[in-house]
Structures are given as structure tokens and as C-alpha cells.
Design a protein around this ligand. Structure first.
Ligand SMILES: [Zn+2]
Length: 210
């Protein structure tokens, strides 16, 4: 593939070398940061599940999206900026996403492919995972952008389920490169969905004859 970056192109820089040098204590810091990130783990299934009711929309996110603030336009623009970083040497299909957390913080993501094709990750899951890894689990909106000229970019089924994990009432903006968009909720994109609440519902304890 013509535009495929080889490992040889990715040279270790002086900054990274210096960071890891023994004098700088960088390795210790790197390990410490991984320990700090662990604190934000979203792993409700081996302990108690966080409920969707706990994740209330805050005034900050509402204000951000209000028409006066131009926030929605900015959110869409950030998704197009993230698209520029897409690592997609195989599909050459660039996607960017920008997710708005409850307090107005925005996290971006792009698709990141892999030579082992099925290990690639979509822009939407990338952005949401970045947010979760920094302590956010409550989202108000996500904007998605691609290079498709005549069509609003639509999230794949896997990403719809991934979004649904964090509630079904938040907004998804499917955009075109000219900034136009279609607004849908997660619930509209994934109706009759299965989510964390379903795991806590009443179950039978034996296979029933019928
Ligand atoms: Zn996807």
C-alpha cells in the first residue's frame, strides 16, 4: 500500500528517550500514570453496575449545545479535525468523532486500523474510551464525520451498542463534510436495545418446559 507508514519511519525522538532515561524518573511516572488510569476503569460487571439514572445531564453540556453558544458547530468541527488523524491505510475511509461529556468536556477520536484487520477500532469507540479512561461516564452528545460527500456518516452496529452502554437518550450527530447534520438519539439508532439494566431484571433459574 502506497501510503502505508513503515515502522522504520517512526523514529524514537529525543524527547521520548529523555523521558524514559533513568535520571528523569520518567519510567516511574509512566507506570504511575497507568495506575492512576486504573482508577477510572469502567468495569461494572465484576462488581455493582452503575445505573443510567446516576448519569444526569448537567447544565454545562446543555449550555454548550445551545444555539447561542455555537457549541454544536464546534463539536462537529472537532470531529472533522479528529478525522485528519485517522490511521486507515487499509480502508482509506477516514472517520472522526467528538463526544461531549456531561460537564462540557470534549474528547475526540479517529479510526485506528491494524494489519490484523479485526483489531481496528472505530472513531466513536476511540473517543468514548478516551473519555472513560479520564473519568467520564456520562455523555450528552457525539458528532461523527467522514469524507462521504453525499451521505451522512452512520455509526456501525458495534459502536451503537457501545454508545448504548452509557444510556440511550443522548444525541448522535451524523454529519457531512459541509457541516450539515442529522440528529438522532442513541435509542433511535439502536431500538429495542439490550443494556446494563437488563442484567438486573428478573430471571428464571431453570430451563422451563413449554
Ligand atoms: Zn463503529
Amino acid at each position: 500500500m502506497a501510503n502505508l507508514q513503515t515502522v522504520d519511519d517512526r523514529e524514537e525522538t529525543e524527547a521520548a528517550r529523555a523521558y524514559l532515561s533513568k535520571e528523569g524518573d520518567g519510567l516511574k511516572k509512566l507506570i504511575h500514570k497507568s495506575i492512576q488510569a486504573r482508577e477510572f476503569a469502567y468495569c461494572p460487571y465484576n462488581k455493582f453496575c452503575v445505573t443510567v439514572d446516576d448519569r444526569e445531564e448537567t447544565e454545562a453540556a446543555r449550555a454548550y449545545l445551545s444555539k447561542e453558544g455555537g457549541g454544536l458547530k464546534k463539536l462537529i468541527h472537532k470531529s472533522t479535525q479528529a478525522r485528519e488523524f485517522a490511521y486507515c491505510p487499509y480502508s482509506k475511509f477516514r472517520v472522526g468523532a467528538a463526544v461531549l461529556a456531561h460537564d462540557g468536556t470534549i474528547f475526540t477520536g479517529c479510526n485506528v486500523e491494524n494489519a490484523c484487520y479485526n483489531l481496528g477500532i472505530c472513531a466513536e469507540r476511540n473517543a468514548i474510551s478516551k473519555a472513560v479512561s479520564e473519568g467520564y461516564q456520562s455523555f450528552r452528545a457525539i458528532a461523527i464525520s467522514s469524507d462521504l460527500h453525499e451521505q451522512f456518516i452512520s455509526p456501525c452496529g458495534g459502536c451503537r451498542q457501545f454508545m448504548r452502554e452509557f444510556g440511550d437518550s443522548w444525541d448522535v450527530y451524523l454529519t457531512k463534510p459541509d457541516g450539515s447534520y442529522e440528529e438522532m438519539t442513541v435509542g433511535e439508532l439502536l431500538p429495542v436495545s439490550f443494556g446494563p439494566e437488563d442484567l438486573t431484571k428478573k430471571k428464571v433459574h431453570a430451563i422451563q418446559e413449554f
